[in-house]
Write a protein that binds this ligand. Structure first.
Ligand code: TYC
Length: 121
């Protein structure tokens, strides 16, 4: 087929070289697919009470791992101590699992039986 003199075979602007949906994605324009994306599910990190882990250790762990302030960490530790468990924080799954692993690693290093777990929010 002969080349159409009205249609240049090299695009005048670089963005004309890609399909319309690709251009929209590049510019962050909302597409049907994008609007359907949901926020990732969140998980509570639960700390469980036990009879052996020192209160001060739980408080410092709530400060270090879960970024709680000193008085908030103390209140939360006492809630866990009295009720048997409590939510230390809410995170996406990978972060929640990392926090649980940190709790277990820090407690085991000191020989404490402190347990934590992640559960859907
Ligand atoms: N019950 C522990 C004690 O009396 C304190 C404690 C609080 C342990 C919270 C674990 O998740 C916990 N020393």
């Amino acid at each position: 087929m002969a080349a159409d003199p009205k249609k240049p075979d090299v695009p005048a602007r670089p963005e004309d070289a890609v399909s319309r949906p690709e251009r929209e994605r590049d510019r962050g324009v909302a597409t049907r697919q994008r609007r359907k994306l949901k926020r990732p599910p969140k998980f509570k990190v639960i700390l469980y009470n036990d009879d052996y882990t020192p209160m001060e250790f739980v408080v410092s762990l709530l400060e270090q791992v879960f970024k709680r302030g000193p008085s908030e960490a103390t209140q939360l530790m006492l809630t866990i101590h009295r009720t048997g468990s409590g939510c230390a924080g809410v995170y996406v799954l990978e972060v929640a699992e990392t926090k649980v692993a940190s709790v277990h690693r820090m407690a085991e290093r000191r020989g404490y039986p402190l347990r934590a777990g992640a559960e859907p929010e």
